[in-house]
Design a protein around this ligand. Structure first.
Ligand code: PEP
Ligand code: MN
Length: 364
């Protein structure tokens, strides 16, 4: 791969479709019929709040036997959407053939799905096919929470000379029990924004939630974190959708969700605001220092325990004691209004490091 500097990214405010934050991309998970596509698009256009119409034509299903999309014939439907509603269009591409066909039919944005962005071979094949085109490309986060893969996928697209690029945060697969279909790991898209300044990040609450009832909260969270856009799936009869039925909204329900979003300013230089924010941030910095002091002290005690165990030839890990520690801290955390998942994860990390530290001492 070449490492010459990339061309600058087109700021989202210069995208033809952008009217105001959030840029809204909506449409069905899958194009199912010409009538379903056209009716959805007309109702979405009527909301006046949708900028880009999405529909999957080639569907990457996790398991075979599910609806795999209508394929190339849907490209004509997307063209009709554009001609008759004026909405720009977007679809998913996973092979060079998808790219060539979508470009031939004038699709405005191509997105790379989470099952493709995880694979550098696939992304490179797509990048080669994109070379020379000025289409917009949206790169979904890879299914696994590995920042380098997401950044790498974006770099491959940039290397092909594409400059209108957005990242789509659609959450990450997880084995852990969670209310989300794909766990958001909010820090990852926030760090991505820091690593690639000027890269618009669009949240996809549909695939994060996997259900309708959490969409509004996740969309609001994305706005509070200053994401530039939202991609939300919509369908004329969501419960009858051939894919992702549980998470789609009617166009009218989408409008309601958008109207209820509270948009806060990303920055403000009002002096009173700045003064109070500085005070509060100073407090946070102090607490962070105290947290680190306490962790240092805790680790020292863990080391003393390791020495004591070594002298008495006892193993590092005593699961019963640890289960008790976690239970007790979750209880205490609850009384303090701290989230159970948060406390469990926090102590899992502390315990892991404590074990590493003790093992190092035992083996000295
Ligand atoms: C989609 O947007 O319908 C889709 C398949 O997305 P993802 O790659 O995020 O699963
Ligand atoms: Mn979907």
């Amino acid at each position: 791969m070449n490492h010459e500097p990339f061309l600058p990214l087109v700021p989202i405010t210069s995208w033809r479709e952008f009217k105001k934050r959030p840029l809204v991309i909506s449409g069905p998970c899958s194009a199912e019929s010409e009538q379903q596509v056209m009716q959805t698009a007309v109702r979405l256009a009527k909301t006046g709040r949708v900028d880009i119409f999405r529909a999957g034509l080639w569907k990457p299903r996790t398991r075979p036997g599910n609806f795999e999309g209508v394929g190339s014939k849907g490209l004509l439907w997307l063209k009709r959407v554009k001609d008759e509603t004026g909405l720009s269009t977007a679809t998913e591409v996973a092979t060079s053939r998808h790219v060539y066909e979508a470009l031939k039919y004038g699709v405005d944005y191509l997105w790379i799905g989470a099952r493709s962005s995880v694979n550098p071979f696939v992304v490179q094949e797509i990048a080669e096919a994109l070379r020379g085109s000025d289409v917009g490309v949206l790169v979904k986060n890879p299914v696994i929470p590995e920042p380098a893969l997401w950044i790498g996928a974006i770099e491959r697209i940039r290397s092909a000379g594409i400059t209108k690029i957005g990242a789509i945060h659609r959450g990450f697969a997880t084995f852990e029990k969670s209310p989300y279909r794909n766990f958001p790991h909010w820090l990852l898209p926030v760090e991505l924004k820091e690593r690639i300044p000027g890269l618009p990040v669009i949240c996809d609450p549909s695939h994060i939630c996997g259900n309708r009832h959490m969409l509004a909260d996740v969309s609001q969270k994305a706005m509070d974190l200053n994401f530039e856009g939202l991609m939300i799936e919509s369908h004329i009869t969501p419960e009858k959708a051939l894919s992702d039925a549980a998470q789609q909204l009617t166009p009218e329900a989408l409008l309601l969700l958008l109207q209820n979003l509270v948009m806060r300013e990303a920055e403000s230089d009002r002096s009173e605001y700045v003064r109070i924010l500085d005070d509060l941030r100073q407090k946070i910095d102090i607490f962070d220092e105290q947290l680190l002091d306490i962790l240092e002290k805790r680790m020292k005690v863990a080391g003393d325990i390791a020495l004591h165990k070594k002298e008495n030839q006892v193993a590092v890990l005593q699961s019963k004691r640890w289960a008790e520690v976690v239970r007790k801290n979750i209880e205490t955390g609850k009384r303090k209004g701290l989230d159970t998942d948060f406390i469990t994860n926090l102590f899992r990390h502390i315990h892991q490091e404590s074990i590493n530290h003790q093992t190092r001492i035992m083996n000295r």
